[in-house]
Design a protein around this ligand. Structure first.
Ligand SMILES: Cc1ncc(COP(=O)(O)O)c(C=O)c1O
Length: 358
């Protein structure tokens, strides 16, 4: 049994004084969060900061903001991982004691492994050999089993990370194959969270949304929400040189001859996914590895913001599209993950030189 704390008046006054001093020392910006606690790590997903970019786009008309998805425990993919698993549980596709199987370039895997740790599932992932060592280490740190597959092979090749994930899902009893490329809960997660956040954070003033497209979930879910709020909002998709998305968007042709290997992680595709709503995307810009890597370094130096490779791709795309923006535009650029996942790559001069980026 606990004894109720009895305070004399003088002790009480002393405590009140300490409390006041402490509160005065907490800067205003911290106060609203100071008393917040969360029942588990999954509840911290979302509500990420939107930060004005003041120097990197000097000379380009418009007001530029970056949505820092590194404010999630892992990346923007935490949102879809949480949502896709909860929906699978509701449908009965994933049962207690089941195994989560997915092909991942790293970030979705991190989100899924985090959800699995909290909820007690096993995780088996396939990934590509170009995954950054930091991302691979993070997956294994969270207890996931990971098979590394060759990149640069066609999706239907039995060695590809897609084929291997499908195969593993067939072999493992109680497996749920998440399939982020075709599982519409992916785009829906962004429709229900990222889109409304951007709308609220810009007080409905957003005029452009810029995001790298991989599975297409982020760009399609956010675009659907924003265009429902204001159909005049424009959406700029970011594709990689060596991917099929831009040509498919412009011509309706899936051209396998476009497919080349590249270093960017999470940007572009060698398939047409079920989560890319091409009609919601106004333009696509293709960017290369070099300009994307240098944009990552530039935003770190000029704005003090560490973001990942695909964020560099999106920043670079804004420069390509500079002629499309006007003085009053409010442009929101999504930064999917944190720069600390790329210290051994973009921020490593040796790696940059080895890959001809420096
Ligand atoms: C780092 C990174 N950026 C961008 C994307 C693309 O997002 P989406 O798959 O929602 O199109 C991904 C997807 O894997 C990613 O891992």
């Amino acid at each position: 049994m606990t004894t109720p704390l009895k305070l004399t008046r003088s002790k009480w006054l002393k405590l009140e004084t300490y409390k006041k001093i402490r509160e005065e020392r907490i800067p205003d910006i911290i106060k609203p969060y100071a008393a917040r606690t969360y029942p588990n790590i999954l509840e911290t997903i979302g509500d990420t900061p939107l930060v004005r970019l003041n120097r990197i786009f000097e000379g380009i008309p418009g007001n530029f903001y970056i949505k820092l998805e590194s404010g999630n425990p892992g990346s923007t993919k935490d949102r879809i991982a949480h949502y896709m698993i909860e929906q699978a549980e509701k449908r009965g596709d994933l049962k207690p004691g089941g195994t989560i199987v997915e092909a991942t370039s790293g970030n979705t895997g991190f989100g899924l492994a985090m959800v699995a740790a909290v909820k007690g599932y096993r995780c088996v992932f396939t990934t590509k050999d170009k995954i950054s060592p930091e991302k691979l280490a993070a997956l294994r740190a969270l207890g996931a089993e990971v098979e590394v597959c060759p990149s640069g092979v066609p999706a239907e090749d039995p060695r590809s990370y897609y084929s291997r994930a499908k195969q593993l899902a067939k072999e493992i009893p109680g497996a749920f194959y998440v399939n982020q490329n075709f599982n519409r809960d992916n785009a829906d997660a962004h429709y229900h969270s990222t889109g409304p956040e951007i709308w609220r954070q810009t007080h409905g003033n957003v005029t452009w949304f810029v995001a790298a497209s991989g599975t297409g979930g982020t760009i399609s879910g956010v675009a659907r929400y924003l265009k429902e709020e204001n159909p005049r909002i424009k959406v700029l998709g970011v594709d990689a040189v060596g991917s099929v998305l831009k040509k498919y968007h412009e011509t309706g042709i899936f051209d396998p001859s476009e497919v080349k290997s590249y270093l960017l992680e999470g940007v572009g595709k060698n398939i047409i996914t079920g989560n890319t709503d091409f009609e919601l995307i106004d333009h696509f810009v293709q960017v290369n590895d070099k300009e994307s890597a240098w944009a990552v370094r530039e935003v770190a130096h000029k704005e003090g913001i560490l973001v990942g490779f695909s964020s560099g791709a999106a920043l670079s795309a804004v420069k390509h599209a500079a002629h499309m923006f006007h003085e009053k535009d409010v442009v929101v650029i999504l930064a999917p993950d944190h720069g600390n996942l790329y210290f051994s790559k973009i921020f490593n001069d040796e790696w940059m030189k080895t890959h001809g980026l420096m």
